[in-house]
Write a protein that binds this ligand. Structure first.
Ligand code: PEP
Ligand code: MN
Length: 263
């Protein structure tokens, strides 16, 4: 179902007035984690003004350590929903557990399956039952075929609205957090009709290098980006080192316009 052989034309996902996979490049931006009402509303205003169309923010966080901040849960979802009311941005947020999928789907416009859960087959089957698009991240060690098979789980369960997201894979290189697999963009577009976006923030893990990889992703044919932005990165509860300041996000967005115009 995810293959180009069954669906020659690229799929356009229509959600809340946006077309993802169409002619417009969409940028989803926001904090790694929802930390407070003020933080989310402030970031939403900033990214909206800079040209983002979707607000990202985790209320349930898949942290490597159980002692790290785990997210504000439903309270965080309420702040995201309030930010949507105020700005008109759509909301993308991560689902980690089959038990919370229906509740999170009531708040979110797009459900995110995190890299660590790409092969959580019961979770894939659960989001298949929901009438909301799914942003499916590539697992850190997943091949392109495994990633497309994960999409296949969701599609075969009845949900055809999948946005694939390349977010970097494990390699021997440890200067960056992961290695951004830019080759995945044209390859997946060749193999599949689904839209592909890129998350340069988790791929690189260092904010300084995020704008250049964001531009490279668009030049390589990505349909959009998922970028971490925090009003005050040093104070972030999660992923501060890879988060752009409002000033740097603004700068990246204006540089992106030139790349978008050129492709
Ligand atoms: C995230 O987007 O905040 C996240 C946890 O990303 P990933 O699943 O790609 O690590
Ligand atoms: Mn993060």
């Amino acid at each position: 179902l995810a293959s180009r052989t069954f669906h020659e034309e690229g799929t356009v996902i229509r959600v809340g007035g946006l077309e993802i996979g169409g002619d417009t490049v969409h940028v989803a931006a926001g904090p790694c984690a929802v930390e407070s009402r003020e933080q989310v509303l402030e970031t939403a205003e900033i990214v909206k003004k800079a040209g983002a169309t979707i607000l990202r923010g985790g209320a349930y966080k898949p942290r490597s350590s159980p002692y790290s901040f785990q997210g504000l849960e439903e309270e965080g979802l309420k702040f995201l929903a309030e930010a949507r009311e105020l700005t008109g941005l759509l909301i993308v947020t991560e689902v980690m557990d089959v038990r919370t999928v229906p509740m999170i789907a009531d708040y979110a416009d797009i459900l995110q399956i995190g890299a660590r859960n790409m092969q959580n087959f019961s979770l894939l089957r659960e989001v298949a039952k929901v009438d909301k698009p799914v942003l499916l991240k590539r697992g850190p060690s997943a091949t392109i075929e495994e990633w497309l098979m994960a999409a296949e789980y969701i599609m075969s369960g009845g949900n055809y609205n999948i946005i694939l997201c390349e977010r970097g894979i494990k390699s021997f290189e440890n200067y960056t957090r992961n290695t951004l697999d830019l080759t995945a963009i044209p390859v997946v577009k060749h193999l599949s009709h689904l839209p592909v976006i890129v998350d340069p923030s988790h791929a690189i893990g260092k904010w300084r290098f995020v704008p250049s990889m964001a531009k490279a992703a668009i030049a390589a044919g990505a349909d959009g980006l998922l970028v971490e932005v925090h009003p005050n990165p040093p104070e972030a509860l999660c992923d501060g080192p890879q988060s752009l300041t409002p000033v740097n996000f603004n700068k990246m967005m204006s540089e992106l316009n030139q790349v978008v115009a050129a492709v």
